[in-house]
Design a protein around this ligand. Structure first.
Ligand code: PLP
Length: 400
């Protein structure tokens, strides 16, 4: 018999990975699929960054580095945090991991005891609750719907805090909704945290550069620098520099926490990839034009997909302030019948119907903690966005 740990029974596979399997299977069967499930920029890593990685390899940077990361990268990250986020932190309080995900996972592994609670606002990035559960913690989900701009209120946060609460996770700009917390919203949340000194803040700012219209990214530590003694800032290069496959993310925070995360890294991965770390230094210290160019392209795609989806009966889509996802409600479609005679009972049915009937791949909102919605990524071309919205409109028309 297979020897699996009991705690594995609470862990679900990532729905975006499951969506990829569905898309690949249909494509292998010869179907043309328009894919709105992608969680990464669709352009290549900028050339000057790739060259820095290649040069590092050619120059022999092919060995283990320090577990917390190379001094050059930790310095570059500390400089970035001061420059872009107003967070002044010494490099010794920065740890580099194989992606932001790796840092979050190890932060929970380093701090959670059995039954400790972690407040996760929904809709959430799918990995938070599972990473909490794997590490013996209990995710406490606080749901905020479209009427609340998909943002947790200070009152809701206060009501969710118990003596067992260890962390509250904030993700702004948010995956899957694109919600961006304003300065005053963050001030209110931080005021609640001030009243509960045992609660730590994990702020995931991986989409910080992708904000549109008048929206601005505000770092929680910018409004509440006094919380730095119990905040872990998590960020990475994956989204900003189209750098997902290089696997570099980082955490910055109080020294004992950073040291504990580093200890776990030293006993698990040893260190992040040496050449990727060199490329990351080039990304952070080099020209930033590639980032503003990406934002311009994403802003155009955002407008296009929001207009396209809102033109469809029974779809209702607010324009996201950030990230590269839209999270439309499909509540208006529920109860209708497909040409095959099936009733669309929930968002999972709608997701399956769109995939099977018109070859459009999306992800159900239930996977992100809020049913009756779909998540569509607009990290894809304008042509695919147009074709996809048209196909969805046709699929909706075919329902009775
Ligand atoms: N945080 C959020 C909100 C994300 O959406 C993702 C990726 O999808 C990550 C973290 C992880 O990024 P990485 O591990 O590539 O740095």
């Amino acid at each position: 018999s297979l020897l699996l740990a009991e705690r594995l029974s609470t862990v679900k596979p990532s729905p975006s990975m499951a969506a990829k399997v569905r898309v690949d299977a249909l494509r292998a069967a010869g179907r043309r699929i328009i894919d709105f499930t992608i969680g990464e920029p669709d352009f290549p890593t900028p050339a000057h960054i790739v060259e820095a990685g290649a040069l590092a390899l050619a120059q022999g940077h092919t060995r283990y580095t320090a577990s917390a990361g190379t001094p050059a990268l930790r310095n570059a990250i500390a400089a970035k945090l001061a420059r872009e986020n107003g967070f002044v932190v010494p490099p010794s309080q920065v740890v580099v991991g194989c992606g932001a995900k790796h840092i979050i996972y190890n932060a929970f592994a380093a701090t959670l005891n059995e039954g400790d609670e972690v407040i996760v606002p929904a809709p959430y990035w799918v990995s938070y609750p599972d990473m909490v559960a794997i590490n013996g913690g209990k995710p406490v989900i606080v749901t905020a719907g479209a009427d609340a701009g998909f943002k947790m209120s200070a009152q809701a946060l206060a009501a969710a805090i118990t003596p067992r609460t260890r962390w509250v996770v904030l993700n702004t700009p948010n995956n899957p909704t694109g919600a961006v917390y304003s300065r005053s919203e963050l001030e209110a949340l931080c005021e609640v945290l001030r009243a509960h000194p045992h609660v730590w803040l994990l702020t995931d700012e991986i989409y910080e550069h992708f904000v549109y219209g008048g929206a601005r990214h505000v770092a929680p530590l910018d409004v509440a620098p006094d919380l730095a003694t119990r905040t872990l800032v998590v960020n990475g290069l994956s989204k900003t520099y189209a750098f997902t496959g290089w696997r570099i993310g980082f955490g910055a925070g109080p020294k004992p926490l950073i040291d504990a995360i580093t200890l776990l890294l030293s006993q698990s991965t040893s260190c992040a990839c040496s050449a990727s770390q060199a490329a990351a230094v080039a990304a952070l210290e080099g020209p930033q034009q590639c980032v503003s160019d990406a934002v311009v392209r994403f802003a155009e795609r955002r407008d296009r997909i929001v207009a396209g989806l809102n033109a469809i009966d029974d779809f209702s889509c607010t324009a996201p302030d950030g990230a590269f996802y839209v999270f439309p409600s499909v509540a208006g479609l529920l109860g209708r019948r497909t040409p095959a005679g099936d009733v669309l009972n929930n968002d999972v049915d709608v997701m399956r119907y769109l995939l099977e009937h018109v070859g459009v791949a999306t992800i159900d909102g239930a996977s992100y903690g809020l049913p009756s919605h779909l998540r569509l990524s607009f990290a894809t071309s304008l042509e695919e966005i147009d074709a996809g919205c048209l196909a969805i409109a046709n699929a909706v028309k075919d329902c009775t």
